[in-house]
Structure formats: structure tokens, C-alpha cells
Write a protein that binds this ligand. Structure first.
Ligand SMILES: Nc1ncnc2c1ncn2[C@@H]1O[C@H](COP(=O)(O)OP(=O)(O)OP(=O)(O)O)[C@@H](O)[C@H]1O
Length: 648
């Protein structure tokens, strides 16, 4: 059996804290004899998982692909026996202090469905989770110093705004309307009572006495991201069956911070109010779930607290604490999802995938400083909203929840691998430096393109006064015109370049054709001359042969000639006439031969002239074809005619 270790190297820089919580088996699971994953907590920081029979991981390891035993390291591991208060003390307590001191914090609970994410974040009335504990710590901290005016409210992502008396009235009635619809649960009082005692004993020692007379105002929001749409869970509209939920937009505040536009922020004064809001939001969530036939784990729910430190009537700082209960990470093939469910699963997996990509890119950029890979924060609403925290404007912490059910082992393994990467992501301000470099350089083109295409990415225009809007429109108009002009010039340049290239190509092919014709002409001429010479030689040879034949025919041996001579002498009178007639015949036969040769030569010359005329005609035709381009080139400048001839 092989062992694969996901434990990172020992060189421990301050990395993101990632905790593991293993939930106990439920009564039902125990009575059903649910198959268990062999999950061995070796130490407070390492755990090994052994793939159960039948899991995809075991099947592939049996085929020799991958391993069946995996070892993982976490900042700390909490076994099934861990209580809610132990978990809070050892994980989130220090971040709560930071929050109360003006720093931002973000907590993710991550895991497969039914692994205990909601239990960890919210808990039950009898056994509250980390969220009510953070709220209680906050109220305990601000006890006796609460700002009750309700006229200072969070605005955009990091600002606050003053409300006039009418707006304050509206705030109060909106809050009253929400509370009126929530039935008081008796257990809420029980756990408030319990928590107050808990913090009196355990938290008071760390509560620094504020002698500066500052006051605190706590505002909360509760929303969910479902199918990449943001829905406010504190909107009363959900209880009306006829109304469709309105999706909210994620906007940019102008300083590069994303925020949810028109999200409700409710000012709360005590833990009881906070619990009522949580109850209201959960009811809204489940109401929407029933309406859409979905289960709660199909969306990411985000509860955010904003603490305003107020000095007199001025806001000194605002800190933010977000608790994000991520949707179950199971994949669609496992859960046999179709249609809407498939789209839903796709969106969930996509946003988790992008979260994973961001975390991996952050880790890679930090481990190799020469690299600056693109971090895709803007590709999902979830990462877009928490980009600032990942960039160093706060601390992120992750609680990974797993159950020990064999049926979800493969997904659990996936979750564990993801968290192993998350654990290697460094914390601190240098994140911000790195990411800003990446944002301004690698993302520059991407952003401008995206901003033009994605309506939701636009800055919130309604925030600007009218004259600023007019100025902005003017600027945009000028930019648009400049952009159009640039595009036109670019288009002309491209056209010109293409025209020149085509002309060049034509000229080259024309030159090649003329060269070929010239070569052909030369070769014809050479052939003709050769043929002519050949004929001439043949004629000469023939004339010589004919002459020789005639001579042979007329040849008389010497003794015969002498005898003949003697005879001739005797008949002297006839000799001259014989010789004369012989010569005449010879001349006649030579003349005939010459005539024949002249005729042949005449024919050869005609054929040569004919071929030359053909060649010249061909040359003229080619010249005619080339002339327009040559003329155009000679006149230079515009290629307009060419465009008509060769449209792009
Ligand atoms: N540590 C724990 N101790 C006791 N019970 C637990 C623990 N963790 C979870 N449970 C119980 O297990 C069940 C599933 O938990 P929970 O609803 O929190 O899972 P989840 O991961 O949020 O699921 P989903 O993604 O489907 O919303 C609940 O009944 C919860 O009370």
C-alpha cells in the first residue's frame, strides 16, 4: 500500500489557517450501519484517510493509478468529540479580537453536504456555533458603549454614511417589520443566557478597557449566492408566494472593492436581535429552497457583521467579519443531477473551482516570486466579493468539515486536497503587494474588456451627483470617439498592409511568368538554330554525296581512258563534245539539287517565323495583364482601386 503525503514542507511561514473538523456519526447512521471511512487522527495536526472498498479512489489505486492512503496536515484537527466552545476558542477567538480592534476577518466552512458546515457556523439554539459566539463577544466588548443613534450606517464596501431623521425612521420601521415576523424561540434566551456567562468567565480577561469614550455600532447583513445570483436573505418579499426574488448586483465602489448593491444592513443592539435576524434569514433561505425545490446546501450563505467605531459623531474605523457557509462540494455525477440541478451543481462547482484556482494562484505566486500568475478573483461572485481579504485587507480562515461516511469518500478526498493547497497560502500584507502587481499588469487588458462586456462590473453610477455624471458621460463619449478613431486607423493600416502584400505577390508572380516566357523563347530559338544547322549540314552532305555518285557513275579507269584517249585522238573531233555534254549534265543535276534544298530551307524559315510570332503574341498578352498594377504602383498612395479589385 502506498502512502501519499499532502503535508507541506516544514519551513513554516505564516500561512492561512485551515482547520479540520470531523463530525460524529449521527444516531441514524449508526443504526443503519453506515460504512465508515478509516480516518485516523495521528496527531493534532495530521490525519490519514484510507479509501473504502468500492470508492473510485480504491478502484483506481487497485489498477495502479494513484494511492489509497492519504495523509493531510492542518493547522489543527478537531475530532468528533470536540465541543462548539472548544472549537471557537481554538480557531476564531483570536480573529474575533482582531475584529474588535478594527481588522477584517473571513471564515469559510467547506465540505461535502451533510458534513457539519452549518452546524459549525450557526450551531443549534442549545449548542451555538461560532457565529453567535462572535456576535456575543462583540456585544460583550461594546457593552455600555453602544451607539444607539442608528444614523451612521455602512455605505459601499468600506465607508459609512449619515442618515437624516427620515431615513433613520425608515431603518427603524424596516427592522421592526422583520422582528415582528419572527416568532421568539425560547431556546434563544437559553443560549443567550449561556453565552453571557461563558464570556463573563472566559472572555472578560481579554476585554481591554476603552477609556477613550468611543462608541460602537454593529450592522449585519445576510445574503446567499445561488446559481451565481446574489439574494438578500433579510428582504421581506420572500414570504410572499407570488413575488419572484430580486437578484442583487455586485458593484465596484470606485476604489476596486466589490460590494452588493442594495443589500439590507440592519443595526442590532444585542444578541437576541442578532439571533432573530439569523432565524429570519434562515427562514427566507428555506422558503426560497422550498419554492425552488432545492436544499439549503445548494447555495453559499454569507453573514456579515460591520462594526463601526464612533468617536463623537465621526467614524474612526469600520471592521468587517464575514462567515461564509459554502455550498456542498459534491459533484453532479454523484448526485445524479439533471436540468436545474445540473445547472446549480455546475455553478456551485464553478465558484468552488474558482475559489480553488485563486487559492492555488496565490500559493504559486508566493512560493515562486518570479511568477505572477493571473488570479481569477473576478470570475465568480464569491471570490470577487472577498478579493480584498485575500489581498491582505484581513485574515481568511477555513474550517473544513468532513463526515466519516464511506459513500462520500471520493468527494471528501477532493475537499481534503483542496484544503491542503489552501493551507500553503501565506498571510500578510505582501499578498496585497503581489496581487496589486498582478491586477495592474496581467489583468489590465482583461479588465477593460470585461468591464465593457459585463454590466454588473460597472461602477455604481447612481452614487454620483448629476454634474459628475454629465462629466463622466462626456469623458466616456470622448473615449468612445478616440477608440473608434483608433479602430478605423487600425483597420486602414491592416487593409493597406494586406493590399501591399497582395500587390507584392502579384508582382512577384508576374516577374516569374516573364522569366519563364523568356526562357521558353530562348530555348525555342536555340532549337530552331540547331534544326537549321542540322538541315544545312544535311544538304551539304547530300550535295557532296550526289556529286560523288555522279563522279562514280562517270568514272573511267586510266588504261581505259588512255585507250579511249587514243581512240579519241583518233577520233579527235568527237572528244570535246562528249566532255561538254558530261559537264552540262553534271551542272543540271547540281542545280536541281540546289532547288530542292532551297525549298526545304524556305519551309524551315516559315515555321521559325510562325513560332516567333506566337511567342510575341503571348508576350503582348502578358504585358496587357500586368499593366494596371504597374500603373497603380507608379502612381503610388491610395490602394482604393485595389480594394475594389480585391475586397477584403
Ligand atoms: N460536530 C457535530 N456534532 C453533532 N452533530 C453534528 C455535528 N456536525 C454536524 N452535526 C449534525 O449533522 C447534520 C448535518 O450537519 P449540517 O447541516 O451542518 O451539514 P452541512 O454540511 O451544513 O450540510 P449542507 O451542506 O447540506 O447544508 C445536522 O443534523 C447536524 O446537527
Amino acid at each position: 500500500m502506498c502512502l501519499q503525503s499532502e503535508v507541506p514542507g516544514s519551513a513554516e511561514v505564516q500561512t492561512m489557517r485551515v482547520y479540520l473538523r470531523v463530525r460524529p456519526f449521527s444516531k441514524e447512521e449508526l443504526s443503519d450501519n453506515e460504512d465508515q471511512v478509516q480516518c485516523v487522527i495521528e496527531s493534532s495536526q495530521t490525519v490519514t484517510l484510507n479509501a473504502p472498498k468500492g470508492s473510485a479512489n480504491m478502484k483506481s489505486s487497485e489498477k495502479g493509478i494513484g494511492v489509497s492512503l492519504h495523509k493531510f496536515a492542518f493547522s489543527q484537527i478537531f475530532g468528533p468529540e470536540t465541543t462548539q466552545s472548544e472549537l471557537f476558542d481554538l480557531t476564531v477567538k483570536s480573529q474575533t479580537h482582531d475584529f474588535l480592534e478594527g481588522k477584517n476577518a473571513l471564515i469559510f466552512s467547506y465540505g461535502v453536504t451533510n458534513a457539519g458546515k452549518t452546524y459549525t457556523i450557526q450551531g443549534t439554539p442549545q449548542d451555538p456555533g461560532i457565529l453567535p459566539r462572535v456576535l456575543d463577544a462583540t456585544f460583550h466588548y461594546s457593552e455600555g458603549r453602544q451607539y444607539e443613534g442608528m444614523d451612521l450606517k455602512p455605505y459601499l464596501r468600506n465607508d459609512a454614511q449619515y442618515l437624516d431623521p427620515d431615513q433613520v425612521k425608515q431603518e427603524r420601521s424596516a427592522k421592526a417589520a422583520i422582528f415582528a415576523s419572527v416568532k421568539e424561540v425560547r431556546e434563544v434566551f437559553l443560549f443567550v443566557f449561556f453565552l453571557v456567562f461563558f464570556f463573563l468567565f472566559f472572555f472578560s480577561a481579554s476585554n481591554p478597557t476603552q477609556a477613550d469614550g468611543s462608541q460602537f455600532a454593529l450592522w449585519v447583513s445576510f445574503f446567499e449566492i445561488y446559481n451565481e445570483c446574489v439574494y438578500d436573505l433579510l428582504q421581506p418579499s420572500l414570504f410572499s408566494k407570488s413575488k419572484k426574488r430580486a437578484a442583487l448586483r455586485v458593484c465596484d465602489d470606485g476604489a476596486g472593492n466589490a460590494y452588493v448593491k442594495d443589500l439590507r444592513w440592519i443595526n442590532i443592539q444585542n444578541l437576541r436581535e442578532a439571533c432573530k435576524l439569523l432565524q429570519y434569514g434562515n427562514k427566507n433561505r428555506s422558503a426560497a429552497a422550498t419554492k425552488m425545490n432545492q436544499s439549503s446546501s445548494r447555495s453559499h450563505s454569507i453573514f456579515t457583521m460591520k462594526l463601526l467605531k464612533i468617536d463623537g459623531h465621526a467614524v474612526k474605523w469600520i471592521s468587517e467579519f464575514s462567515m461564509c457557509d459554502l455550498a456542498g462540494s459534491e459533484r453532479c455525477n454523484k448526485t445524479k443531477t439533471f436540468g436545474e440541478r445540473l445547472k446549480e451543481a455546475g455553478n456551485i462547482n464553478n465558484s468552488l473551482l474558482i475559489l480553488g484556482k485563486c487559492i492555488t494562484a496565490l500559493r504559486n505566486n508566493q512560493t515562486d516570486r518570479t511568477k505572477s500568475s493571473y488570479i481569477p478573483f473576478r470570475e465568480s461572485k464569491l471570490t470577487k466579493l472577498f478579493q480584498a481579504v485575500f489581498c491582505g485587507k484581513g485574515k481568511a480562515l477555513m474550517i473544513v468539515n468532513i463526515n466519516q461516511c464511506a459513500s462520500t469518500y471520493d468527494e471528501t478526498l477532493h475537499v481534503m486536497k483542496f484544503s491542503a493547497v489552501a493551507k500553503q497560502v501565506g498571510l500578510g500584507t505582501f499578498w496585497c503587494e503581489r496581487t496589486q502587481v498582478i491586477d495592474s499588469q496581467a489583468l489590465e487588458s482583461y479588465l477593460s474588456e470585461e468591464e465593457l462586456l459585463d454590466e454588473e462590473d460597472e461602477a455604481d453610477m447612481s452614487l454620483l451627483p448629476q454634474n459628475e455624471l454629465v462629466n463622466m458621460i462626456e469623458t466616456l463619449r470622448t473615449k468612445l470617439l478616440a477608440e473608434r478613431r483608433r479602430n478605423l486607423v487600425q483597420e486602414m493600416e491592416i487593409r493597406k498592409e494586406m493590399g501591399d502584400a497582395m500587390l507584392q505577390q502579384l508582382m512577384e508572380s508576374e516577374e516569374l511568368r516573364s522569366r519563364q516566357i523568356e526562357d521558353l523563347k530562348e530555348s525555342y530559338q536555340e532549337k530552331l538554330e540547331n534544326t537549321f544547322e542540322m538541315y544545312k549540314d544535311a544538304i551539304r552532305e547530300h550535295a557532296y554525296q550526289s556529286a560523288m555518285n555522279n563522279l562514280e557513275d562517270d568514272y573511267v579507269p586510266l588504261d581505259e581512258f588512255i585507250a579511249e584517249q587514243e581512240k579519241v585522238e583518233s577520233s579527235n573531233v568527237n572528244t570535246c563534245s562528249v566532255l561538254h555534254s558530261f559537264l552540262v549534265q553534271l551542272i543540271l543535276s547540281l542545280e536541281r539539287r540546289l532547288m530542292e534544298l532551297s525549298e526545304t530551307l524556305e519551309k524551315v524559315r516559315d515555321s521559325f517565323l510562325e513560332k516567333s510570332a506566337d511567342l510575341e503574341a503571348q508576350q503582348r498578352k502578358t504585358d496587357d495583364q500586368v499593366r494596371p498594377y504597374t500603373l497603380m504602383q507608379r502612381f503610388g498612395g491610395s490602394n482604393v482601386d485595389l480594394f475594389y479589385l480585391f475586397p477584403l
